[in-house]
Structures are given as structure tokens and as C-alpha cells.
Design a protein around this ligand. Structure first.
Ligand code: XMP
Length: 504
């Protein structure tokens, strides 16, 4: 897929992969020679915010259209095909945005098994008004006479609407038609294939050399380590730093799943005391983050020294990280993570990133394929500094206990209500307010616990989760009854923006 910067581009790639066809998002300035070398079975030109007549608007190497590789242009991608090959694109007075009914005028492989009239999702200002030689109109709406077009002999197609969004009734079928009927895809992109190919590739690469992996307990590092473990066995050593800031039972679970269950060589570095004393007296959130990051590197360095030189360092980089940090060029390090500085302190030769081609949902599917438990595969994202940024102000041992217990109750009740997979992140926060309460016959002056739960697709924006009142009530009753030093519970009803997901 050549990326022209549209808002739905990652979604197109995911849809294609869901149809069992591997799809890679590449910069739109890829040359025809590069495309030829890559040898895709088909190319999709994505949408984008530009107008083909705009200054600096992205163009394509027109020879790409002469390689004999099937092409599907979507929105801007379609306009670009028309424009590049000598058709005409017009700037309309008003934008067309939303659902439209369109009709197929001429049938093609693209429209197989799609009714003559159906609904599509439009989002454009420019539109194609005349087609290049060899092309014909395939579909139209009353306000957009060239809704779909194609050169059937050359297998080049363009659609003005967005087949990737759910509002386009038969969008998925159209993509499927392009992949299977036009490009001749085999549908061999499955997670089972991915696992067997990747394990074989890793075996060949690693041989009997030594591999090191920082295990955070999160989904990405867990799946990456398990995959590498299949290939490297005891030559893989995983280091799990127990900084004492994890959620309840997390360190125990990591040990029981990976060391006891899978038989991994797992080193657990018990560094709770070190982190707590480094954090003593510090309440500024950024300072806390920096201290934790630096301490993490120090602990890891000590463990790595003990292990000695290794050949490979495993990183749980996933595809969105690769795309974000350089549009498909390279992403070596997850900067948002505490593991960011590891390459500097480990004596290794090469980084291994077995998940760098996968979207998050694919990583989870690989995890399932590898037999990892749901509690690991469906784990919600947890920030590197973990509970330290969910304790407002100074981190103390007492507050950690209170927060851990309150958080565990919240998680249990969300699970019991079957809401785990509907909510992106849900956790408790210990605020730095104390309020008065009456518990039993006593007046208390204790901490306020805030509950935060959000829905999101990528953590860039988020909405507060509409958790049923009964669930909130159970959580509140249990926290105020079962947790020490908590006498009040509040629910955060702020979206992001303006608030962030975390409180610090
Ligand atoms: P915010 O709070 O910025 O969070 O809306 C967006 C996402 O990032 C996570 N987050 C972090 N992750 N180190 C991390 O590894 C951090 O310092 C950090 N701060 C926030 C947060 O949990 C959410 O998923």
C-alpha cells in the first residue's frame, strides 16, 4: 500500500490483513524500480488530505502504473490515477461527506457479489470528471458521476469512496474482490503461518547463539519472548525487573507463566527496595518517570553484565511503532517505553524484532496461537512507570498497598461484568486528597480513590467508559469495605482531550 497520508490508512492495511493477505504500508515516493523489486501481487494507493493540484501534493512515479501489477486507488489515490494518466480532476464547491447510495453502471471483477445499488462512505472535495484513455466509469452517485472507474484489461481501478470504513455496506467485499479476483491472492497470511515461518526464520538466524529479552509483562514483550523461545529455547534469557510498582499479582504471574509454565530461562530482578528509595520524597510526575527509567536501566545493566555478552537483543516493537517513527523506514526502539535505553547498556550484536510487521490485534492472535493465557494476551496497556504515576505525589509503601488492593477489586469487578474487552484501560488512582468519612462507628480521614476507565482505539484520544452504575456501585462498596486507608471512591468522567488517560 502506498501511503498518501489519509486518516484511514492503517485501517485499510488491517482490513486487507483480516482478509488473510499480507499488506505493507510504504511511503508514497517509492519508485517503480523499488516496487518491482518488492514484487507485490497488487498495490493500493490510499486516500490523503491533498488535492492533486495542490502545491507539493504527493505524486507517484507513473511507471508504477505500467508494471502490469493490479492497482486500486482509494479517494485521493483514485484521483491521482486519473490525473497521472491524463484524466481530469475537478475541485468541487462543496465537499461530499457521509453516506451515499451508489449504483454500478458496468460490472467488473471488483463488483462481484455486490448488489447493483448500495451505500458507500464518501469524504472528498475533489472529484474525477473525465477519465484517461482506456478507462471506463464503473459506478456513480447522483452527485459524483465517476464514483468508481477502471481499466479492466490493465487491472487498474479507482474508487472515490472508502471501502475500508464500516459505513460502506459492501466495502469489505470490494476489497476482497480486488485481492482475490483481480490480484489472485492466495489468502495465506494467517497467524499460524506467521508463527511457523517466523520460528523457522528465527531458528536459522539465532542458531545456538545467545539471546536476551527484557520482559515487561505486557502483551508485546510476552509474545515476542514466547516466539523467540520457540526458536532459541534455553539460549534465550528473559529479564523481568520487579520494581515493586506492578499491579497486584503481576510479578507472580510472569514467573508462573513463563518460568514455571513455559520453562523459560527467566531472571527476576528483585529491585523493589531500590526503586522505592530512589522515589522517596519525589512528587513531580516527570521526575518520577525519569527516576524509574534510569533505575530500570541500571538494574537491567547489572543483570545483563551477569549474563555476559549476547548476540541478540529482543525488542517487542510492533508495526504501528514502525509506521509512526519514520513512515515505514525503521524503528529500532520503543521510545515511550522504559526499555528505550537498553541497547546502550547491553553488550549485543543485533536487535531482533519478531513482531515488527504486526498490528496489535495480530500480536494478540499470535499470542493465542502460541497458547498464551487470555490474562496475558488481553492484558490492558500498562505504562512503564506503572503504579507510580497512579499515585499522586510521593510514592510510599502504604499508598502502594492501598492502590494495588483497590485496583485489583476494580479489575475483578470489570472481569465479572464481562467488560474487559470493551474497555481500553481501566485502573484505580490514589489521589492526594484525604476526606472525612464514617466507617463503622468511627470518623475517618482517609484517601480518595479515583476510578479511571476509557474506551479508545489507539490511546491518542479516548472517551470515559459508560460502566453500568451497578458495577460502579459494587466496586465502590468493596473498596471502602475491603481496602485499608480508603474511604471514598469517585469516577472520572473526562475524555481525552482535554484530560489524558493517566492522571500524571
Ligand atoms: P496519556 O496518559 O498520555 O496516555 O493519555 C496514553 C497512553 O500511554 C500510556 N502512558 C505511558 N506509557 N510510559 C509508558 O510506557 C509512560 O510514561 C506513560 N504515560 C502514559 C497510558 O497508559 C496510555 O495507554
Amino acid at each position: 500500500m502506498l501511503d498518501f497520508g489519509g486518516q484511514y490508512n492503517q485501517l485499510i492495511a488491517r482490513r486487507v490483513r483480516d482478509l488473510k493477505v499480507y499488506c505493507d504500508l510504504k511511503p508514497c515516493d517509492m519508485t517503480a524500480a523499488e516496487v518491482e523489486k518488492y514484487a507485490p501481487i497488487g498495490i493500493i494507493f490510499t486516500g490523503g488530505p491533498n488535492s492533486v493540484y495542490g502545491e507539493g501534493a504527493p505524486r507517484i512515479d507513473r511507471r508504477i502504473l505500467q508494471l502490469g501489477i493490479p492497482v486500486l486507488g482509494i479517494c485521493y489515490g483514485a484521483q491521482l490515477i486519473a490525473h497521472t494518466l491524463g484524466g481530469e480532476v475537478e475541485h468541487a464547491e462543496t465537499s461530499e461527506y457521509g453516506k451515499r447510495e451508489f449504483t454500478f453502471i458496468k460490472r467488473s471483477p471488483l463488483s462481484e457479489n455486490i448488489p447493483e445499488a448500495s451505500v458507500c462512505w464518501m469524504s472528498h472535495t475533489d472529484r474525477v470528471v473525465s477519465l484517461p484513455a482506456g478507462f471506463e466509469v464503473l459506478a456513480a452517485t447522483p452527485s459524483c458521476p465517476v464514483t468508481a472507474f477502471g481499466n479492466l484489461a490493465k487491472c487498474v481501478y479507482g474508487v472515490q469512496f472508502h471501502p475500508e470504513v464500516v459505513h460502506t455496506e459492501y466495502g469489505n467485499r470490494l476489497l476482497e474482490n480486488f485481492l482475490y479476483r483481480v490480484c489472485g491472492a492466495k489468502g495465506d497470511w494467517t497467524m499460524a503461518n506467521f508463527v511457523s515461518e517466523q520460528v523457522a526464520r528465527l531458528k536459522e538466524k539465532i542458531g545456538d547463539k545467545k539471546v536476551l529479552c527484557a520482559m515487561s509483562g505486557g502483551v508485546d514483550s510476552a509474545v515476542a519472548a514466547t516466539l523467540v523461545h520457540r526458536a532459541a529455547g534455553k539460549n534465550l534469557t528473559c529479564v523481568f525487573v520487579d520494581h515493586g510498582l506492578h499491579r497486584k499479582n503481576e510479578p507472580e504471574e510472569v514467573v508462573s507463566v513463563f518460568r514455571d509454565g513455559l520453562g523459560m530461562n527467566l531472571v527476576k530482578a528483585d529491585a523493589q527496595e531500590r526503586f522505592l528509595s530512589a522515589l522517596a520524597g519525589v512528587s513531580d510526575p516527570e521526575k518520577k518517570r525519569k527516576i524509574i527509567g534510569a533505575e530500570f536501566i541500571k538494574v537491567f545493566e547489572e543483570e545483563a553484565k551477569r549474563i555476559g555478552a549476547v548476540d541478540f537483543l529482543v525488542q517487542g516493537t510492533i508495526y504501528p511503532d514502525v509506521i509512526e517513527s519514520g513512515k515505514g523506514k525503521s524503528a529500532v526502539i520503543k521510545s515511550h517505553h522504559n526499555v528505550g535505553g537498553l541497547p546502550d547498556v547491553v553488550d549485543f550484536k543485533e536487535i531482533v524484532e519478531p513482531l515488527r510487521d504486526l498490528f496489535k490485534d495480530e500480536v494478540r492472535r499470535v499470542g493465542i496461537e502460541l497458547g498464551l493465557a487470555d490474562s496475558i494476551v488481553w492484558r490492558q496497556p500498562c505504562p512503564g512507570p506503572a503504579l507510580a504515576i497512579r499515585i499522586m505525589g510521593e510514592v510510599t509503601r502504604e499508598k502502594l498497598v492501598t492502590l494495588r488492593d483497590a485496583d485489583a477489586i476494580f479489575r475483578e469487578e470489570i472481569a465479572r461484568a464481562g467488560l474487559e474487552r470493551d474497555i481500553w484501560q481501566y485502573f484505580a488512582v490514589i489521589t492526594d486528597s484525604k476526606t472525612v468519612g464514617v466507617q463503622g462507628d468511627f470518623r475517618t480521614y482517609e484517601n480518595v480513590i479515583a476510578l479511571r476507565a476509557v474506551t479508545s482505539v489507539d490511546a491518542m484520544t479516548a472517551d470515559w467508559a459508560r460502566i453500568p452504575y451497578e458495577v460502579l456501585e459494587r466496586v465502590s462498596t468493596r473498596i471502602t469495605n475491603e481496602v485499608k486507608h480508603a474511604n471514598r471512591v469517585v469516577y472520572d468522567i473526562t475524555s481525552k482531550p482535554p484530560a489524558t488517560i493517566e492522571w500524571e
